[in-house]
Design a protein around this ligand. Structure first.
Ligand SMILES: [Zn+2]
Length: 297
């Protein structure tokens, strides 16, 4: 009985071992497969991650390209700004070009201080009416050194004399330009005709005069807004007229005077500047590349 049972036990033992072995083997195979599957999964997910990284890098590099493009556009704009600041001002931009006629005079530095305070550059159409010799040269130099443009208005500002003939006009122009050259080291090609290009004083010679000026490469600038200073406007009335006339145009060339009899313009200027800024205008320097307002062509 004992022997039998041992034999039976042996008979049972073998299949159990085999079964256990099978189970272990199956378990190992299953585990191995699972872990391989896991590895594959990890590999998949890591490759997906890599792709994500790559595409992210791609996007990033795309972005940096975009940035580069926008930078290069900015550069282009900057170049354009440097080379030709007002070549093509956007029609929707509100721009004011401040221009001061008839100076300089001993009071001009106060005007320069106000402009400095707002970091605004202006174009001065100058004469030799209120200063002469070294004092005039020094003042013109100071205006230029403080970042403004200097242009010819007239040496004498004597309408009858300068509009007597084309030669008379050009002689007056050249005499003023010689002083500008002495002060700044360069000639100017910017002009504002006293009284404007369509003044009654030049009627007899106008066609010939405008052609002679153009032939010399001179650009003349009239205006489309005016503060009324030489027409008796003062204080609030001057401010109101200026704001109203500037706001009539997106691009305004504003005429004001800088001379002893219009010193009150200096008092009104801060209010005018602040109001125009509030109205959305920016101040640009009138120069060779500014599209000119011209009454007579
Ligand atoms: Zn004038």
């Amino acid at each position: 009985m004992k022997k039998r049972s041992r034999k039976r036990q042996k008979n049972i033992f073998v299949p159990i071992v085999v079964l256990i072995f099978c189970c272990v083997f199956t378990a190992m195979v299953a585990y191995g497969w699972q872990s391989r599957k896991k590895n594959v999964k990890v590999a998949d997910s890591s490759s997906t991650a890599n792709e994500t990284v790559e595409s992210a890098q791609g996007e990033t590099s795309g972005e940096s390209e975009t940035q580069a493009v926008s930078e290069s556009e900015t550069d282009t704009t900057a170049e354009t700004t440097t080379a030709a600041p007002e070549t093509t001002p956007s029609p929707d931009d509100k721009i004011v070009y401040l221009t001061f006629d008839d100076g300089p005079w001993v009071g001009t530095p106060r005007l320069l201080d106000i402009l400095d305070q707002y970091n605004i550059k202006a174009c001065f159409f100058v004469t030799a009416q209120y200063m002469e010799n070294d004092a005039l040269v020094d003042m013109l130099k100071q205006i230029k050194d403080r970042g403004h443009n200097i242009a010819v208005h007239s040496l004498t500002h004597d309408y009858k004399k300068i509009y007597a003939s084309v030669d008379a006009f050009l002689a007056d122009y050249d005499a003023m330009d010689d002083i500008i050259l002495k002060a700044t080291g360069e000639r100017t090609k910017l002009l504002r005709f006293p009284g404007g290009s369509n003044t009654g004083y030049n009627k007899a010679i106008r066609t010939e005069l405008l052609q002679a000026v153009r032939d010399r490469g001179i650009i003349y600038f009239d205006w489309n807004s005016f503060d009324g200073d030489v027409e008796g406007k003062r204080g609030q009335a001057l401010i109101d007229q200026t704001i109203q006339q500037v706001n009539a145009n997106k691009h305004s060339t504003l005429l004001m005077h800088d001379m002893p009899s219009t010193a009150f313009v200096h008092d009104a200027l801060p209010t005018i500047i602040e109001q125009l800024k509030a109205d959305g205008y920016r101040f640009e320097l009138l120069g060779m590349d500014t599209p000119p307002k011209q009454f007579a062509k």
